[in-house]
Every structure is written in C-alpha cells, then in structure tokens.
Design a protein around this ligand. Sequence first.
Ligand SMILES: Cc1cc2nc3c(=O)[nH]c(=O)nc-3n(C[C@H](O)[C@H](O)[C@H](O)COP(=O)(O)OP(=O)(O)OC[C@H]3O[C@@H](n4cnc5c(N)ncnc54)[C@H](O)[C@@H]3O)c2cc1C
Length: 425
Amino acid sequence: MIDDRPHVLHPQYDVVVAGGGPAGLGAAMAARNAGAERVLVVDREAEAGGILLQCIHSGFGLHHLGEELTGPEYAQRILENALDDGVDVLTNAYLLDIDNDQNLKLLSADHGVAILDTKATVLAMGARERTRAAIRIPGGRPAGIFTAGAAQRLVNLNGVLPGRRVVILGSGDIGLIMARRLTLEGVEVAGVFELMPHANGLSRNIVQCLHDFDIPLHLSTTVVEIHGRNRIDKVTVAPVDEHLNPVLSKAWEIPCDTLLVSVGLIPENELSRELRLRLDPTTSGPIVSSTMETSRDGVFACGNVVHIHDLVDFVSAEAELAGGHAGRFASGVRSPHDNVRLQPSTNVAYCVPHTVTTDQPHTVYMRVRKPLEKSVLRLRDAEGAVVHERRLRYVVPAEMVTLKLRPGVLEGFQGDALHVEVVPR
Ligand SMILES: Cc1cc2nc3c(=O)[nH]c(=O)nc-3n(C[C@H](O)[C@H](O)[C@H](O)COP(=O)(O)OP(=O)(O)OC[C@H]3O[C@@H](n4cnc5c(N)ncnc54)[C@H](O)[C@@H]3O)c2cc1C
C-alpha cells in the first residue's frame, strides 16, 4: 500500500522514527497513543512495511493479531492503522544523521536535504544480511551468488528466478523459506548446508520448508570452494570437525548455477554509531533499558536494529513499548531509572532489555548458545542464590526464549545484577 498523500515537512516533531518496518510503524502508533502530537516515520524505500513486503508466505501475526497473515498483509494492516492514527510517513527518504541536540538530517526525494528538530527519536532501521564476504569462502567471483533475501526479492517482487539448480549455505529462516519458495517455482534445490551441528531456523520452518519437500539438510557441513568462470558451475562442500574446521579429505562437489548464502542478519547500526550509543557486542544492537531507551536520553530503539527477532509479533510488542515511552518522553514524562542489570551467564548469549526494575512487570528476550532438552532458566544473585526459575521444555539458539517477569517476582531483591542462565534440569 502506498501512502500517496502530499507530505508537508514540519521543522519540529515530537517523535521521529527512523525506519518504516513493523518496528517503526508500531512505535509511531504507540507514540501517538501516548499523546505525542506530531509523529513522523522516515523510510528509505518507496513503500513503508520493511522486510515484510517481500515475505509473501504466511505465518505473520499469529501471536499479536490472533490471525495468520502474509508479510504484505501484516505490513498493510499496520500501515493503515498508523495513517489512521495520524502518523506522517515519509518514504524515499534516508535519515542521515542525528546530532546531540536531536537535530536530524534527512535526504528526501521530495524535500532534498532537510533538518528537523525532534523531542524524541526511535531507531527502527532493521537489519541487513551477512554476505559471502563476511564468511570468506575461497574461490573466484562468478555470477550466481546471492544472499537469500536478495533472491527472495528477485523472485517475489521482480518475478525473476536467480537460477535453475541451487545450493543453500546456512539454515537460517530466510534460506529455509527460499528453499521451499524456489522448489515451488520449479527450481532444483540440491540441499541446505549448515556449519553448526544444529539448524539455525525455527523448527516449524525446518518441517514446513525442508521435510515437506524432501530437501536434504546437511548439518556440520559447509561450502569450502566456489567454482566457475563467468557463472558459478559447482561448489565443493565438506563436513567439519568439532572445532568447525573442514575435513577436506571427505569433501565432495555439487554442480549448481546458484549459491544462496543465508548466514545471518546484522542490525543496521550506522546511525547508532554516529550517535555514539553504547552497543552490545553480542547483538551488535544498542544497549537498552526496560523502556527501550538507549544510552542517550530521548533516543529509543526497537525491532531488528536492537536484536534479531524470529517473529514479527515480538517486534510489534517491543515497538509498542519503545514508542509509548518515546511519546511520554516527548511530553516531558521521565521514567525512573532501572536498578538491576541482567548479566548473561551459562548458555545465555544475550538478554534484552539489558536492565530492569524490581517493581514493574517486564518481558525479557534472550537467546541460548547451545540446544538443550529439558532445561531450566534461572536468575541468580551475586552470591549464586536462585531468585527466580522457570522450567523450559527445550531450547535452541534459533528460537528466542521469552521470560515474563510478573510484578512481585523480583520483590525484595536488593542486588544490582542478576545472572541469567539456562542449564540442564
Ligand atoms: C525472509 C524473512 C522471513 C521472515 N518470516 C517471518 C515469518 O514467517 N513470521 C514472522 O513473524 N516473522 C518473520 N520474519 C521476521 C520479521 O519479518 C522481522 O523480524 C521484522 O520485519 C523486523 O522488523 P523491523 O521493523 O525491525 O525491520 P525491517 O522490516 O527490516 O524494517 C526496517 C526499515 O528501516 C528502513 N531503514 C533502514 N535504515 C534507514 C535509514 N537510515 N533511513 C530511513 N529508513 C531506513 C529500511 O528500509 C526498512 O524499511 C521474517 C524475516 C525475514 C527477513
């Protein structure tokens, strides 16, 4: 859906949101609902909606809306709601810079270079894919090597097939979804190859995208060389040992004209770095408080720019929180500071938010490092005493673990840090 109303840019906004994906649109609506008068969403693409616009499969909105929608349907729903709520959406516009006084510089197809003043900002720039260069596969540079998301865009938005016989490196969700999508389009998918001993996508995608279409998944295996002069004509794959080093004596070749690389997403944090925000080295996103405020007052963040989410529903929930607090900040309301730091400990890669209060309910998202059957999530104090625990049926790195801290759970806790672990029961 394109918002074709003429845009008038105002020099002063209450809240400006960078990025018009589900995170940005959700945050903008929440800011309006929290009382912000003038809210602007800026997106560099021709249409708002973010990555959802190219995800034409269903599976979006089950938790948040109680309905199963396709990506473009979900995007259209939230864009319509945002426009109805009085949010301004400016597309074909790139947010270039934010200075210490919350002056924003943007480059817009309609307005040229514009400087805006805002009381609060929400960063919702999403994430981009890691490329072949990030994992340094040896070989030449023939045509036919794509990221899975680029191939998805070609097939779903441009109606073009990337090739006829495809090898997919990496078992992230985008690669799995493209394995099914290309098979449905008559492309032969020779297999999905995953370096780790476990898959990196959601279990439902392994079943629905690979098992249902008899596409082989090779765990602990990677592409070690790319062959071809003008166009890729084969790849060499090899199993890896327990240190993830390829065992070249067991390598084999697979003829193909296309290699899709699906090896993870990286939050788009150029603006966050400009702002000198404190970043978490594990997520590569900003460190955020329980109100989704970054290390800079009045700058909030949500969605994939903070950490990579598996489901858009969690993005929407986080966006409501960030946008609501940004709206209140613009009206002069300051939330009390958090008093407890969440410290990832055994088998926990990260926790978001990074800090919480003891007297409010919170939802904490985290990822484990290793899969476990029958495990337990524990919060421990500095002396090792268990403050709270919850049993988990199973955990895998590909699926975010959600911990709901209800009021009273941390009542009486006196320390300033809680160690978060997920260990066998
Ligand atoms: C291939 C794929 C399949 C998925 N499948 C599912 C699924 O089945 N079910 C599900 O629930 N979730 C799914 N997801 C996850 C979900 O789509 C994402 O978690 C969600 O889109 C992230 O929202 P976001 O708003 O943070 O980022 P995005 O959707 O990436 O939006 C960010 C926006 O910011 C804009 N932007 C960035 N920088 C700037 C700047 N400086 N100035 C202006 N604009 C900027 C970008 O153009 C983009 O429009 C899938 C994701 C992918 C990639």
